[in-house]
Ligand binder design. Structure first.
Ligand code: GCU
Length: 594
């Protein structure tokens, strides 16, 4: 049996810089054929499929031939969905799974055709009719391939090599505190457009403005320079512009917008029309900014009553992907009194963002530059850039998104500082209308004094930190007596994580012992934190860790955890823990006038 060495060499050494295309904006409103549903699969724990070249789907030619793989007669998996919760043999699987889907096409040459993936965790090699279209790295952002010239009339075969093995130079890296769900976790669409189409647009209020919409529209195709109309029927806006030779048209117009806010999540139907394409969207207009230590929404100070959420439906113990998953999680957040959710630690599916927008919940969007990242390794900076661009490209027209977060709890080092400073500048160039930050947890705690000195905060719009006083870090005095010192005094302070674990219904064991995992211990942590919040004048928001218990293989206590992080305020069965009521009362005590 001869292994194709050249292929192995190429395979193991090529760094997986994505060469998929950045996905077009707002696929939901385009002409799509869904490729969701059952896909045939080959589970490939040894990677034999790479040297057997599974995508060729070889068939025996002579009587003596035999082929040691086939999609026919094999298992099937549902798309969208993680693969770990669909087959018992994939429960804790980290490796390669080959997915196959046939689709029929009668393609007009005047049209263009794209394959769009909402997300694939973690590596995706995409083949069409046995030919490699390209690759993508990153488990939580969309990508696409144009197939106008490679598709054939009639039946076509799409094969995707999906691999969710953790990578040292990956984003995230080898270690992270959530379950590594693999697979084609979000929707797949065949998207048809005109020869020139509206590939991207950005329509939002200008920085610190309540009536001036600013932005741009980008056409892609053979006739980039076209007349374009942007209509907002409800406001009698009928704005006409012409795109330049690059297909770009600047947008600037005033209107008497009803501003979007948690109290009034107003969205406007927008129609963008060029000579060869039309797209519709629902966009809200709101202004987000800061003044000193205050966060301003539509010019008014707002206290961010937040909660952290992982993209998991605890009731299904599986990766969340649907609108109903989003509604379940966001209803829980709303019931708690939240006006903002931090979607940890990666861009969640679009249903979460759009449902939050409709429900009047602000969104914190983050890329998984999480804890131990190989900042100096080749290709890592490019991967961070790409994930940031893919996140911003997808969500920039969502007014619910008010904060871009570019990392969480990374270890302090010159390489880190350089990488995150550069990334912050790039993000600000892409979108100067939102707040940009990174979460740090290297504050020093001595004698009940907390010193937040990290100089990196100077580059961010907010001081955002995680602290686990009362859980990982014992109090050094009364919570209400703690003193905080910050490196900057003119930025809002946001506590982006705090909390502790408890197993719902467990009221046994000494109430003052963490090891008992009882609800009272967690409840006391919340009581102390709320007492501390009351003393912090710079504080403009808090985000408990987190809404519900969630799966994380590193949480191995056989009685209390069983592979679950139990810091949820709600159990994996949807039950409210005692601490839930502490936060509920605290949030109800804070009045925001939007
Ligand atoms: C960290 C981290 C989270 C993690 C949490 C915990 O701060 O940001 O991702 O899950 O702590 O330890 O539970």
């Amino acid at each position: 049996m001869k292994i194709n060495l050249t292929f192995l060499f190429l395979f193991s050494f090529c760094c997986y810089i994505a060469d998929a295309q950045t996905a077009m904006t707002n696929v939901a409103s385009r002409k799509c054929v869904s490729l969701n549903g059952k896909w045939q699969v080959i589970i490939d724990p040894t990677g034999a499929g790479d040297w057997r070249q599974v995508w060729q789907e070889k068939k025996p030619e002579r009587k003596t031939d035999f082929i040691e793989y086939s999609f026919e007669g094999g298992p099937e998996l549902s798309v969208p969905g993680d693969f770990n919760t669909q087959l018992p043999e994939l429960k804790l699987y980290e490796g390669t799974v080959w997915y196959k889907k046939n689709f029929n096409v009668s393609h007009e040459s005047s049209k263009r055709l794209f394959i769009y993936f909402g997300a694939v965790n973690y590596l995706a090699d995409v083949y069409l009719n046995g030919n490699l279209l390209g690759k993508h790295e990153g488990g939580f952002t969309p990508f696409q391939f144009e197939i106008s010239n490679s598709v054939k009339q009639g039946t076509n075969t799409l094969i995707v090599r999906v691999n969710n093995q953790r990578k040292k130079d990956g984003i995230p890296g080898l270690g992270y505190d959530w379950f590594n769900y693999g697979g084609i976790t979000r929707e797949v669409n065949l998207v048809e457009t005109g020869s020139t189409f509206i590939s991207d647009y950005f329509i939002q209020l200008g920085k610190n403005s309540y009536s001036s919409a600013l932005g741009w529209i980008k056409l892609s195709g053979k006739s980039p320079s076209q007349n374009i109309t942007l209509k907002i029927p409800e406001l009698n806006i009928n704005y006409k512009i012409r795109s330049d030779g690059e297909g770009l048209a600047e947008v600037k117009f005033d209107a008497d917008f009803k501003l979007w806010s948690p109290e009034n999540p107003k969205l406007y139907k927008i129609i963008i029309q060029c000579e060869t394409d039309t797209i519709t969207d629902e966009i809200g207009f709101r202004s987000i900014g800061t003044k000193g230590t205050k966060v301003l929404l539509n010019g008014k100070p707002v206290f961010l009553k937040g909660i952290n959420i992982h993209e998991e439906n605890p009731l299904r113990a599986a990766r969340a992907y649907s609108e109903s998953d989003a509604i379940l999680l966001l209803k829980w957040a709303k019931e708690l009194g939240c006006n903002i959710v931090r979607l940890a630690h990666y861009p969640h599916n679009e249903h979460m963002i759009k449902t939050a927008e409709k429900m009047g919940i602000m969104v914190w969007d983050e890329i998984p530059v999480y804890q131990r990242i190989e900042f100096s390794a080749p290709g890592v900076a490019e991967k961070m850039d790409l994930m940031m661009q893919e996140m911003v490209t997808r969500d920039k027209n969502r007014c619910s998104v008010v904060i871009w977060s570019l990392s969480n709890e990374t270890d302090s080092s010159p390489d880190r500082d350089k990488a995150l400073t550069d990334l912050t500048d790039k993000c600000r160039k892409l979108d100067s209308t939102r707040l940009i930050t990174s979460v740090i947890n290297d504050e020093e705690y001595n004698n009940n004094v907390m010193n937040v000195w990290d100089t990196l905060y100077r580059h961010f719009d907010l001081i955002t930190l995680n602290e686990y006083l009362g859980w990982y870090v014992p109090w050094q005095g009364k919570a209400g007596d703690i003193k905080w010192n910050f490196i900057c005094h003119d930025k809002p302070v946001i506590i982006t994580e705090f909390g502790g674990e408890a197993l719902y219904g467990n009221n046994s064991g000494p109430k003052d012992e963490a090891q008992s995992w009882n609800e009272e211990y967690q409840e006391n942590i919340y009581k102390d934190q709320v007492a501390m919040f009351g003393t912090m004048k710079e504080l403009s928001g808090v985000f408990p860790w987190l809404l519900t218990d969630y799966r994380s293989s590193g949480r191995m206590h056989p009685v209390y955890q069983k592979g679950w992080n139990r810091k949820g305020l709600i159990s994996d069965k949807g039950e409210k823990k005692k601490a839930w009521y502490i936060l509920f009362d605290y949030y109800n005590s804070i009045k925001n006038n939007y």
